[in-house]
Design a protein around this ligand. Structure first.
Ligand SMILES: [Zn+2]
Length: 153
C-alpha cells in the first residue's frame, strides 16, 4: 500500500478529493468553503508524493458531499481531481471532475465594467471555450478569463 492511500483511509461518511494539482489544495478549500466551522473533521495533505516525480494535494472532509457547483469549481481549479464518496467507511463512488459547457453564477467576471458586476441583478454566465486549456469567456462582455484569478460569488 502506498503512503498516499493511508492518508485517504478511515473516513466514515464524506468526501475525499484526491489528485488535486500540487499547490491548489488551499484554493480548493476556499472555493468550496470548507472551513470546519460545522465541526466536521477535515484532513488536508499538501505535497503528497504521487508517482515518481510528482506531488498532489488531498482533502478529506467528513459529512460533506459535493454539489454540482462544487464539482464545477473543482473542475476549473483542479482539473485532474477525483471525487471519492465514502459511506460507512466504504468507497461507494469515484468520479472524475469535468468542465461543463457553461458555468453559471459561481464565478465573477474580472471586468469591472461588466454588467454582471453592476447593480443590476444579472448573474454571470461563462462559456467554456476550451476545456483542456481551461479557457472561460464571459457571455456578457466577452472577456476571456484567467482561471487562476477567478473570484467566487
Ligand atoms: Zn463580463
Amino acid at each position: 500500500m502506498q503512503e498516499s492511500e493511508l492518508l485517504v483511509r478511515r473516513i466514515k461518511e464524506g468526501t475525499v478529493i484526491d489528485h488535486i494539482d500540487e499547490g491548489k489544495g488551499l484554493q480548493v478549500l476556499g472555493a468550496l468553503q470548507i472551513n470546519g466551522r460545522d465541526g466536521s473533521l477535515i484532513t488536508i495533505a499538501l505535497n503528497v508524493p504521487s508517482g515518481k516525480f510528482k506531488k498532489k494535494d488531498i482533502i478529506k472532509v467528513e459529512n460533506k458531499f459535493l454539489a454540482d457547483d462544487d464539482t464545477n469549481k473543482l473542475a476549473v481549479i483542479a482539473p485532474k481531481a477525483t471525487i471519492n464518496i465514502i459511506k460507512n467507511y466504504k468507497l461507494i463512488e469515484k468520479r472524475r471532475v469535468s468542465l461543463p459547457n457553461e458555468i453559471d453564477r459561481i464565478f465573477r467576471c474580472s471586468n469591472p465594467d461588466c454588467i454582471t458586476n453592476s447593480y443590476e441583478h444579472i448573474e454571470s454566465v461563462m462559456d467554456v471555450v476550451d476545456k483542456d486549456g481551461r479557457v472561460l469567456r464571459c457571455r456578457y462582455c466577452g472577456r476571456v478569463l484567467d482561471v487562476n484569478q477567478l473570484k467566487y460569488n
